[in-house]
Structure formats: C-alpha cells, structure tokens
Design a protein around this ligand. Structure first.
Ligand SMILES: NC(=O)c1ccc[n+]([C@@H]2O[C@H](COP(=O)([O-])OP(=O)(O)OC[C@H]3O[C@@H](n4cnc5c(N)ncnc54)[C@H](OP(=O)(O)O)[C@@H]3O)[C@@H](O)[C@H]2O)c1
Length: 363
C-alpha cells in the first residue's frame, strides 16, 4: 500500500492514447480525474457534447463527441488511440458497438461492466480479438477486480478445488448508472455455476452468514459478474456469489421471484428508471473516502481440504477509479496478452494488491 504522492509515474504517459468513453458519467468522471492524477492525458469522450466539453476544459484534456449508433462514427472516434476505457453503461447496450469498433480499428478494449451477459458475449470473441491483436478486458472496476483476484489467489493456494464461494459487503450507496443497470436484471432471478455450466436459480436462492472480520453477516446469492468471470479465471466448476443483504432487501429479492414479469415489463422499467434518474446521485466525495468494501472467499476440494481469505478494499467507486486506471496503464504498457481476458488472467492474482488501500488476509 502506498500513499498517492509516493506512487510511481506510469511509463505510458507519452505513449499511445487512452480514450475514456462515458467520461461525463459519475464513474467516468472519477476515472478521468484518477488518470490525470497518474500523469496520463486521456482523450475524454461521450455522446453528449456539453458535459464532455466541460470536463475536458476543466481537466485541460482533449475531447471527442460521438455516439455508438453508427460504426463510422465509432471508427472516427477511435482514430489514433491505443486503448479505450469504456465507462458508458448499461453495457448490455453499449459494449457491443464499442467492442466492434475496437476490433475493427485494432484498439484494446477495457470496460467497467459487471454484467454477466456482457462478459459472456466478449468471451465468445476471443479468437477475433487475437486475430485483431487486441486485448478484450471487461470488468476492470470493483466488480470484478478484487473478487476475481481473490478467486485466483485461492485457486493458487488449493489447486484442483471444485467449489468457489465469494461474498461482498459494500458499505455505501450505488450510483445512478449502477442502479439503472441493476434494474435491467431485476426480473431475471439468480445465477450460479454448477459443473462448469451457468445455472438459473431463483433470486436470493440461498442465504448464508459470512464473517468479513467483524462477526457474521447475513448474505444472499446474487448473479454478479464473478459467476461468469471466476470460471474463466480459475476453471473451478461450482461457483456461488453472495452479497450482504439486510432483511428488507432479502424480502424484496424473494418477492421479485413472483413479481418478475411485472418488474421486467416496459412501463414498470421506464417508471423505475425515471425515478432513479431523478433521485439517485451516487456517493459523494466524503462517502467515497470513508467507505470500505469487504470481501470473503473460500475454495473447497473434493477431498475435504479448504482455503479461505478476506480482502479489505476502498469504497466501490473509489476502488473502480483506481483499478480501472491501473489496468489501462498496464494494457498501454503492453503487459496484457491479446484475446479475451479477466483482470486476473491479464495481470495475475495479486493485481488488487497494487491498488492503494487494499489488504488481503489468508484465513
Ligand atoms: N463493475 C463495477 O464495479 C462498476 C462500478 C461503477 C460503475 N459501473 C457501471 O458503469 C456504468 C456507468 O455507471 P455510472 O454510475 O457512471 O452511470 P451514469 O452516471 O449514469 O453515466 C452513464 C454514462 O454512460 C453514457 N451512456 C449511457 N448509455 C449510453 C449509450 N447508449 N450510448 C453512449 N453513451 C451512453 C452516459 O451518457 P449521457 O450522459 O450522454 O447519457 C454517461 O456518460 C453502469 O453500467 C454501472 O453499472 C460498474
């Protein structure tokens, strides 16, 4: 762990350009500021001119305005860049056109998605990415960098493990984009991995108490990105992911089993999205500075052996900005191989330990 002032300067400041797309969003803005703090001069981009121009002017950075609706506009927007750090979500709508552009233009692709379907779609393009000489590296935010690293670390400690369990306790409120993205999946229920295969389960299928370091906390299963990525990273066939959930949230999740069709309907989705856009702002600077994220992971072998570890990390959005820029720097420095990658496949199980404020404890 190092203080921000003592961090080494990146080797890529004068190298190929980084383009941050969706830079005017809540998380894109944090990432742009972190990139500047690291001595990078990214091109800021997005589809709406005024907020992108405002941020670029404040940070004295170049900017580009283009939408993802037309391939020619994306190609022109990527001209002369070495890597894209894609921050515009929900990624169910934005990942495909940006990844298409990156593959056409030979530009590395990174994003901050946590959406399972997006990981699955990008994983299918591994051969295409290798042929284009491009790294496809989704999930460089809070979901999945620390948990993916924990999974890889535990798999390294217990080779041949057949079962992986991950649990999160994130203290603090979500951003607008995270809430809108979660809304999209509200009616889809849960997801686990069994025998290497994605398996649908009801929302809050299982509850279990985990000790994140301060006593047992009730958690429920969630369909987070690790159900997809941890399998690519570790090859462990049985994976469950849990999140700390107070009784009201668990009750809501169970109710969504019945309310699913209603929650997924167009009018209800539009109504909830409008409410989120009007009300949800995301954690302020003080909440980001004070917040902490707690993770727990365990692996079990068929012969009964097990290994477990905990990870303490900064608040989720603060972590996302730190991790996303760390990964972008490494990609631009040529440290990632080509093709589809999870963060740990790209940079090893200890990537998180390079992020200021992260501590891992083996149990
Ligand atoms: N994995 C993680 O740990 C993690 C952490 C943080 C965020 N995220 C994800 O990152 C995404 C952004 O979150 P946020 O809170 O920053 O959201 P936000 O503040 O609502 O910003 C969303 C950004 O995406 C842009 N955008 C949305 N749809 C677009 C489209 N169809 N085409 C082009 N640009 C589009 C928006 O542009 P306009 O302003 O022009 O609408 C804006 O720049 C969400 O999906 C969230 O779940 C993940």
């Amino acid at each position: 762990m190092s203080a921000p002032g003592s961090e080494a300067r990146p080797a890529v400041a004068a190298g190929p350009s980084l383009l941050i797309y969706g830079a005017n969003g809540y998380t894109g803005d944090l990432i742009a500021r972190r990139a500047v703090e690291r001595g990078l001069r990214p091109i800021l981009a997005g589809r709406t001119a005024a907020p992108v121009e405002r941020l670029a002017s404040e940070l004295h950075l170049p900017h580009r305005v283009f939408s993802l609706d037309e391939a020619a506009a994306v190609d022109a927007g990527l001209e002369g860049t070495g890597a894209v750090l894609h921050c515009a979500g929900p990624f169910s709508r934005t990942s495909r056109p940006m990844a298409d552009g990156c593959l056409r233009r030979g530009v590395h692709y990174l994003d901050i998605t946590g959406e399972g379907a997006v990981f699955a779609a990008l994983a299918l393009r591994d051969a295409e990415a290798r042929a284009a000489g491009v790294s496809l590296l989704p999930g460089v935010g809070f979901d999945v960098v620390p948990s993916d690293g924990l999974a890889a670390h535990l798999a390294r400690r217990l080779p041949g493990a057949s079962r992986l369990t991950l649990a999160f306790k994130a203290v603090g409120q979500p951003s607008r984009g995270t809430t809108l993205t979660a809304l999209e999946g509200l009616h889809l229920g849960g997801m686990i991995r069994r025998g290497g295969k994605l398996t649908r389960v009801p929302a809050a299928w299982r509850t279990r108490a985990f000790d994140f370091g301060r006593g047992p906390v009730a958690c429920m299963t969630i369909p987070w990105g690790d159900v997809w990525t941890a399998w690519h990273t570790t090859g462990i066939p049985d994976i469950e992911v849990y999140m700390a959930a107070p009784p009201a949230l668990r009750a809501f999740a169970r109710a969504s089993r019945v309310l699913g069709p209603l929650l997924g309907s167009g009018p209800v989705q539009r109504g909830l999205a409008a409410w989120v856009r009007a009300r949800v702002t995301g954690p302020d600077a003080e909440a980001r500075a004070k917040g902490r994220s707690l993770l727990y992971g365990e692996v079990e072998h068929a012969d009964g052996r097990r290994a477990a570890a905990r990870l303490l990390a900064p608040e989720g959005y603060a972590f996302t900005a730190l991790a996303a820029v760390e990964c972008a720097e490494r990609v631009l420095a040529g440290q990632a191989r080509q093709g589809f990658l999870t963060p740990s496949l790209a940079f090893g199980p200890d990537l998180s330990l390079a992020i200021p404020g992260v501590e891992r404890v083996d149990l």
